[in-house]
Ligand binder design. Structure first.
Ligand code: ZN
Length: 350
């Protein structure tokens, strides 16, 4: 099968590799249709990482069932599906209570199995598959991973109706966070430095948008919140902007409010300065959020699929570009250069 493999320089080359085989009777082989490029993928773009060389990446995907193991009763060839790529070792204390996002072996396990969307076929346990209603497209479904990340963060935050919420970062994660908060009855301000992202935020229901390069963020937030600061700030920008955006999140949050860390850190980010005295004296809670798993008895991806199916989340507006897998390097360049390309969600068709 065709697969995009990581090169020594951190780009991709298309190569032929073996089709994965179903390892257990409760696993399923799927044909990938659409894979997304997410911020996590971009943080590895053009970085020399020997441990990733010749590896297949990609963890936001939709596709079709090709072959189901003999114990699988709920899936059959041809079923259109979204596949959750969070798979732990299934033996630890966290996996035992469906907190597999915290599994100590999450990355080694998923990288060898389901974290391989940039290829023609992928395998996963049947329980990681969710069937798509006919009206949900493969492109829209590929955004469910992103929405699930936001839902997990929102669930950790305790967000409630009428909360004043700031979302920092108007990329895929931030725009998902915005929509979830709006669907839950919050008033939401979205902050970014890229106008095209803020434009999308407005269309997706933001009550206020702020370009923090051009506008007085403190003044605008104070006016928005009755001079208290937001109840909850979601840091959704991540990566190299963390030293600015995480600090920004703490300075716009009200006393007794919460800062939820959704965006990803770069490896080795061990010394980001924050206004610790202010954080302590204001009892601002810092809440780190990692991927997603379950809320009570419900898988967070399943919840997001229902919300998307019923029109409570808009994925269409977030899909700005689509490339065939053969042009994956161009797709990554496009996703990286969002100030010029206005990219939000860049889809790869496979
Ligand atoms: Zn585990």
């Amino acid at each position: 099968m065709k697969a995009a493999l990581k090169t020594a320089e951190g780009t991709f080359e298309i190569n032929e590799v073996d089709i994965p085989k179903i390892p257990h009777p409760d696993w399923v082989l799927a044909r990938v249709r659409v894979a997304g490029i997410c911020g996590t993928d971009l943080r590895h773009w053009k970085k020399e990482e020997p441990e990733l060389e010749h590896k297949i990446m990609g963890h936001e995907l939709s596709g079709e069932v090709v072959e189901a193991g003999e114990n699988v009763l709920n899936l059959k060839p041809g079923d259109r599906v979204v596949i959750e790529t969070l798979l732990g070792d299934e033996t630890c204390d966290w996996c035992n209570v469906q907190q597999y996002n915290l599994c100590p072996h999450l990355y080694p396990v998923r990288m060898e199995t389901v974290y391989r969307a940039f290829a023609t076929y992928v395998i996963a346990p049947a329980k990681k598959f969710y069937k798509l209603p006919d009206h949900v497209t493969h492109e829209e479904a590929a955004l469910l991973d992103t929405f699930s990340v936001g839902l997990h963060a929102q669930n950790l935050s305790g967000l409630s109706i009428n909360d004043k919420v700031a979302v920092i970062g108007a990329g895929c994660i931030g725009l998902g966070q915005l929509q979830l908060a709006k669907a839950s009855g919050a008033d939401v301000v979205v902050i970014d430095v890229v106008d095209s992202g803020l434009e999308a935020a407005k269309e997706l229901g933001a009550d206020l948008v702020i370009n923090s390069d051009k506008e007085d963020i403190q003044q605008k937030i104070m006016e928005f919140t009755g001079y208290r600061g937001v109840d909850i700030a979601f840091e959704c920008a991540g990566g190299s902007s963390m030293p600015q955006t995480l600090k920004q999140a703490t300075t716009i949050t009200r006393r007794g409010g919460k800062v939820v860390i959704v965006g990803g850190f770069d490896p080795g980010d061990t010394a980001i300065p924050l206004p610790w005295q202010q954080i302590q004296m204001s009892e601002i809670q810092l809440i780190p959020s990692a991927s997603y798993s379950y809320r009570d008895i419900y898988p967070e991806m399943g919840i997001c699929l229902e919300l998307l199916s019923r029109g409570k989340l808009n994925a269409k507006r977030m899909v700005t570009h689509s490339f065939p897998i053969d042009r994956i390097n161009e797709a990554f360049e496009t996703a990286q250069d969002k100030e010029n390309t206005h990219a939000i969600f860049v889809a790869l068709t496979i």
